[in-house]
Ligand binder design. Structure first.
Ligand code: PNS
Length: 162
């Protein structure tokens, strides 16, 4: 079985923290599928198509990474891709409880699937899609924290200039 991992998330939008994690993951896995959850409950800012476009653009020069979307349960998607590993990032202790619950629930539903946690690079530990949107909506600078296309699309959505 190929040594590949599914990296699921909402990615609304992808940030440099996510990209850092993908680079770390590529040291371990031969292939990573970045899997965008359709997640209608979360009321995302960007459509799945927009989120995929931003991910693909940010990773266009990175071999061995593809992007896809999924609905329903993550474990079903992982099986549909013939994969057995879910990759998730951990920033700080605050992430742990949610991640622990999710990993345990996924394990309970599908014991063959393992969740692997990688530590985000120190310079990105404070970063999240939510905090990026929070800054952007009020016109704060998000320079150097998101890929270029994401910056552009946030400018478009919120009409800020920095
Ligand atoms: O980036 P996020 O929002 O922290 O990602 C959460 C995500 C998409 C990984 C999680 O909500 C998910 O897997 N959703 C699909 C439904 C599912 O399988 N949930 C987990 C077990 S009930």
């Amino acid at each position: 079985m190929p040594n590949r991992a599914i990296y699921p998330g909402t990615f609304d939008p992808i940030t440099n923290g996510h990209l850092d994690l993908i680079q770390r993951g590529l040291r371990i896995f031969d292939h990573i599928i970045v899997a965008v959850a359709e997640n209608p409950g979360k009321k995302p800012l960007f459509t799945v198509a927009e989120r995929l476009e931003m991910i693909r653009e940010a990773l266009k020069d990175t071999p061995n990474v593809t992007a896809d979307s999924f609905g329903g349960l993550l474990v079903d998607y992982v099986k549909s891709q013939n994969a057995r590993v879910v990759m998730r990032g951990l920033r700080a202790v605050t992430d742990f409880e949610y991640e622990f619950q999710m990993a345990m629930m996924n394990r309970r539903m599908e014991p063959e699937i393992e969740t692997v946690f990688l530590m985000t690079g120190l310079r990105w530990v404070f970063l999240s899609s939510r905090i990026i949107k929070e800054a952007a909506v009020h016109g704060g600078s998000i320079e150097g924290m998101v890929p270029e296309l994401v910056h552009h699309k946030l400018k478009e959505k919120f009409g800020f200039l920095t």
